[in-house]
Design a binder for this molecule. Structure first.
Ligand code: KG4
Ligand code: ZN
Length: 352
């Protein structure tokens, strides 16, 4: 166990360290609950709201929080059923308290507080980004410390050095759009549905990555920038009159997807390559929704082989938002003696 500690939770000196953790995640548009027993995942339930938001082309915050309210109780109940446990068996409740949409966060956090209070169990607040960072501990193989971690999600793109449990150094971050945000915005420009990442990934498989040479912005240090790339796609389409643009999209949508995707992958891999060479770290994790991208996974594997480092990318179910990563992180926090007061507030812009 990577985060072992002999300390007990401060308010519970007489009891053993929590073994059974319920994790709750409602930071954006997925209502999720998971149960971890002694660090092992027992149940993982995700109710996606994609169909609610698809017709609007993105997440509508007010609809998201209402949907969370409807789903949170059945989702938690299902997770307990799948784990073959009752609420009385739980030793602690871990919950995402930021970053995310405030209305969405509040539903999960309020539920978790009430549940923890009612059961007389500790509450453990989890930073959603830490959840992604430790998503490589849900299933083996997991990296030893220190490791390099590239977080690529809809809201964040950052490169971290993870020194040990809950001690990390930020090496670089996006200065504008996150990688997933760029996928979603470009998908919209190309007339594809929400969320755009999976759609672009699927179409790009039959497209030519060298159809258009979109720019590969390279910044100082390990920072990223994706908004120029999105604008380049916009300009590429807008230089044509509407009719020709529609024809181009009809004939070459897959080629445009592949060309855009290749630019994102190249930028991420170039920065990762430099970070690996500069830091000398031999273990590299890629996490977050965009780590589900098939071209990114393949390119990262090639880079790892070339540089002789070990690569860790979670299985697809743990790339996208899920509560397994919150429950596992909560378990590690519990082992380290960390818990949160019941006054814990939702922090929409929480950083790491
Ligand atoms: O981690 P995540 O589920 O939520 C956030 O914390 O933001 O990431 C969602 C993002 C979305 O922008 C989605 O388009 C992107 O991950 N995504 C993908 C793929 N699957 C999801 N991007 C590229 N290729 C994919 N296969
Ligand atoms: Zn996420």
């Amino acid at each position: 166990m990577p985060f072992s500690s002999t300390r007990c939770l401060s308010n519970y000196p007489a009891v053993a360290l929590p073994r059974v953790i319920l994790g709750i995640e409602t930071s954006c548009d997925d209502t999720a609950a998971a149960v971890v027993v002694e660090g092992r995942l027992r149940a993982n339930v995700v109710a996606s709201q994609q169909t609610t938001h698809r017709r609007y082309g993105g997440v509508v915050p007010e609809l998201a929080s209402r949907d969370h309210q409807r789903r949170i109780v059945p989702v938690v109940r299902q997770a307990l059923q799948e784990a073959n446990l009752t609420s009385r068996d739980l030793d602690a409740i871990a919950v995402t308290y930021g970053p995310g949409l405030v209305g969405s966060l509040l539903v999960g956090l309020s539920f978790a507080k009430a549940f923890a209070l009612g059961l007389g169990r500790p509450l453990i607040g989890v930073n959603h980004l830490e959840g992604h960072i430790y998503s490589v501990f849900i299933e083996p193989p997991s990296p030893p410390f220190p490791y390099l971690c590239l977080i690529v999600s809809g809201g964040h793109t950052q490169l971290m050095r993870v020194d040990e449990g809950f001690r990390h150094t930020l090496l670089g971050r996006t200065r504008d759009d996150a990688a997933g945000e760029a996928f979603d915005k470009v998908a919209r420009l190309l007339g594809l549905g929400y969320p755009g990442g999976p759609e672009i990934d699927r179409l790009a498989r039959r497209g030519k990555p060298d159809f258009v040479a979109f720019p590969r912005p390279r910044l100082e240090g390990y920072d990223f920038s994706f908004s120029g790339l999105k604008t380049a796609v916009l300009y590429y389409l807008n230089r044509l009159p509407e009719k020709e643009r529609e024809q181009l999209l009809e004939q070459h949508r897959a080629d445009l997807c592949a060309s855009f995707q290749q630019a994102v992958v190249d930028v991420l891999m170039e920065t990762l390559r430099r970070a690996i060479c500069d830091t000398g770290l031999r273990h590299v994790a890629i996490v977050g929704g965009v780590s589900a991208n098939s071209a990114l996974r393949a390119a990262a594997q090639r880079l790892a082989e070339e540089l002789n480092v070990r690569l860790y990318i979670p299985p697809l179910a743990y790339c996208m938002d899920n509560a397994a990563m919150i429950a596992v992180t909560g378990y590690f926090k519990a082992q380290a003696g960390l818990q949160s007061p019941l006054t814990l507030a939702a922090v929409p812009a929480l950083s790491i």
